[in-house]
Ligand binder design. Structure first.
Ligand SMILES: CC(=O)CC(=O)SCCNC(=O)CCNC(=O)[C@H](O)C(C)(C)COP(=O)(O)OP(=O)(O)OC[C@H]1O[C@@H](n2cnc3c(N)ncnc32)[C@H](O)[C@@H]1OP(=O)(O)O
Ligand SMILES: NC(=O)C1=CN([C@@H]2O[C@H](COP(=O)(O)OP(=O)(O)OC[C@H]3O[C@@H](n4cnc5c(N)ncnc54)[C@H](OP(=O)(O)O)[C@@H]3O)[C@@H](O)[C@H]2O)C=CC1
Length: 291
């Protein structure tokens, strides 16, 4: 099946970037979210990120206009019914994802491929209740989507060769590089990266360093583009904690226990950039460490 139209569910940090890259590559995009405000913010962010690409002469003004013209937003999940591919990028909570698929599937064409941008949750389990496990995949983009080259492709135990092949072709068409990860907790990137971030939170929690010294050490000492705590704020502390819980429960190994300080920040609603405060206060022109 030639994929021409893409549905995106969830217009948060990831959903807006996924809509951006598909529309820029020429796909028709319908994006939905439970929050109308999130949809509005997402369109504004897409326009801003397209302007970044114009200022670096990566695209033209005409490209930006055409891209925005290919993105439609809706509050109705049923409006995604005609899409050839639907990518779910809602909150990293398994119950939320199952509920979305249960509401969505009755509206879909039989040949439509369903995918989740989940950071860590079992693709096999997500697929098992959709009635189309052979046409279900993990398509895991990296943040920020317009810039990061990688897309992790994860097959559930029942995903067909045909579905996998179609998504390899789609990733190539949007100009990114697909790697393949097997369907085990947090796949490859987050199996390695998020425990490192959790370790950075332990380093802060045990008083080994301050937010500033920890991030500066990894930026200058390991050439990381962002320090681990700055990156945690960028990802979202709720998402980082959700991934650690998936690793801890899925691999039954205490080495994946989430740091109590990370739990406390999430309990306080200090989720990082998306709520304005995490390990940094993002209210001003420059982020200010909060510890
Ligand atoms: C949690 C999961 O499930 C998986 C994950 O995603 S884990 C997280 C993976 N991501 C990372 O590790 C990001 C690490 N950080 C970085 O790579 C860099 O800091 C960064 C690319 C985000 C910003 O780079 P920088 O050098 O500080 O900024 P800057 O030079 O201004 O921007 C570089 C490019 O990124 C773009 N950019 C910067 N921030 C951006 C953002 N938030 N959204 C979109 N584009 C952005 C700029 O426009 C520029 O794009 P072009 O090259 O296309 O013009
Ligand atoms: N953040 C990151 O760096 C990365 C995240 N991911 C994965 O992508 C997914 C999204 O993450 P992210 O964008 O950071 O999360 P965000 O919290 O930024 O955005 C999630 C969006 O989904 C909305 N939402 C919640 N429930 C529903 C629903 N039932 N139907 C439609 N929309 C809904 C949320 O609305 P509201 O806020 O009102 O609840 C919010 O706008 C997660 O699975 C995450 O693990 C993958 C790669 C990187």
């Amino acid at each position: 099946m030639a994929i021409q139209s893409v549905g995106v569910i969830g217009a948060g940090q990831m959903g807006n970037g996924i809509a951006h890259v598909f529309a820029l590559a020429g796909y028709d995009v319908v994006m939905t979210d439970i929050s109308a405000d999130a949809l509005e913010k997402a369109l504004a962010l897409i326009a801003k990120n397209l302007d970044r690409q114009i200022s670096r002469e990566k695209i033209t003004v005409a490209d930006k206009e055409a891209t925005l013209g290919r993105i439609r937003t809706t509050s109705l999940l049923s409006d995604l019914g005609l899409a050839d591919l639907v990518i779910e990028a809602a909150t990293e909570k398994e119950s939320v994802k199952h509920a979305i698929f249960a509401d969505l599937v009755p509206h879909l064409k039989p040949e439509t491929i369903l995918a989740s941008n989940t950071s860590s949750i079992s693709i096999t389990r997500l697929a098992s209740r959709t009635g189309r496990p052979e046409r279900f995949m993990g398509v895991h983009f990296m943040n920020p989507v317009p810039v990061m080259q990688l897309v992790e492709l994860i097959r559930g135990i029942a995903t067909s060769e045909e579905t996998f092949g179609e998504l390899v072709a789609v990733v190539e068409k949007i100009g990114k590089t697909a790697t393949r990860a097997e369907d085990f907790p947090a796949f490859i990137v987050n199996r390695i990266l998020i425990p490192m971030i959790n370790e950075a939170v332990y380093t802060l929690y045990e008083g080994v360093g301050s937010v500033k010294s920890i991030d500066e050490s990894m930026k200058l000492g390991a050439n990381h583009p962002m320090g681990p705590l700055e990156l945690a704020d960028f990802i979202g502390l709720d998402t980082c904690l959700a991934i650690m819980n998936v690793l801890h429960d899925g691999l039954a190994d205490t080495k994946y226990r989430p740091c109590p300080l990370l739990v406390k920040y999430v309990e306080a609603g200090w989720l990082g950039r998306k709520t304005g405060r995490g390990f940094y206060d993002h209210a001003g022109p420059e982020p200010v460490p909060t510890r």
